[in-house]
Design a protein around this ligand. Sequence first.
Ligand code: AMP
Ligand code: GLY
Length: 432
Amino acid sequence: MTANILVIGSGGREHALAWACARSPGVRMVWVAPGNGGMVSAATGESAAIAVASVATGDGAGMLRLCQDKAITLVVIGPEAPLAAGLADDLRGHGLTVFGPGADGAQLEASKAWAKQLMTQAGVPTAPGWVVTSRMEALELLHRLGRPLVVKADGLAAGKGVTVANTMAEAEAAVDQAFAGAFGRAGEQLVLEERLEGPEVSVLALCDGRDLVLLPPAQDHKRIGEGDTGPNTGGMGAYAPVPFLDQEALEHMHRAIFLPVLAAMQDQGIDYRGVIYAGMILTATGPTVIEFNCRFGDPECQCLLPLMEGNLAAVLQACALGQLAEAPTLGIPGSAASACVVAAAEGYPGPVRPGDPITDTGSASSGSMVFYAGVKRTATGQLQTDGGRILATVGLGDDMDQAFDQAYSRLSQIHYAGKTVRSDIGHQVRRR
Ligand code: AMP
Ligand code: GLY
């Protein structure tokens, strides 16, 4: 394969995708649009160059022109919003090879009601849930059942649409908030769902429409505070693989969750070429789905890709072409562990102050990587904070302790005012 790749998006996930594609044999050039100011600084082990093009994520015509100008042979779409808006369909309609589902498949993430119905139809284990379209209907259901359900806005709400209520008053307040318009059209209908107990894991599959391959399981840390407390964030760190999920457990997920969902989509005529991300709770009765995403997780992607051995670009291209069976395999070295720690801005997930200069007193090494997210580069070349999650470091090791040592030690070399980091990422699997 000789490829010029375009990665669409601007976060840490897209930096990791660009980095992994740039290391893949046969790749000549990786463009990222709109990218960010940290993506040009060299990470380790890349064979192809990475460059940023300033085309906005929602600018379909601009993306098409970029593909034509740069002779792009594979487009990889990172975020959910352009997928749900049909960017993959547009680009495919112009003959491009695209990794990422069309708007039909992206409903898996863009409508929780649609996903719930699909899971029910496919017999996939998921938290029992109800779709409601009015405040009255929601409140009646809560009162009839007499327990605080998890309240979820149906549509895309930038990770803010879910309330895991502890009390009836919290559940009612979440219902009121959604029907008062807090999530715009995304909150016009809700899914109310039973609360599940158990550890949460993320498992991602790469799909070519008919077939799929699972990546190693990862665990994300969604809360801002130490000990998994405080408000939910996009994700403050992750680790992979998850030691309490063995090969047998993954094979069960493959059979009982991923293949039935893919088959149910095929039955509806949906040709799903991209990532199916299952967020699951490992309950006493087995893994149970609480959400699907139609994209790589962030920061799961940063954590997983450095762990993988093999030609990622070739596998993504094979998925995009519907030819996964002919793709090289992606493996992980026997005892390898990967740890990812996110550094956020002060105040995140609330309002943050942009413009703090970032300095890095360390250097690239084969055991650690830096993936930039909310940053910009000024006209004079200085890197500055420009968002909530600023960057993530990833450490690799023979075990989790070594991997976390690498990630935290690399993070200690990067400085900016208000740097906000959880010191306990991976507490479930670290011995020190
Ligand atoms: P989501 O925005 O769908 O990722 O949900 C945010 C978080 O809410 C998840 O990561 C879970 O920690 C939690 N959550 C969602 N649904 C449930 C559920 N049915 N039971 C318990 N926790 C849940
Ligand atoms: N890290 C969670 C997500 O990407 O949705």
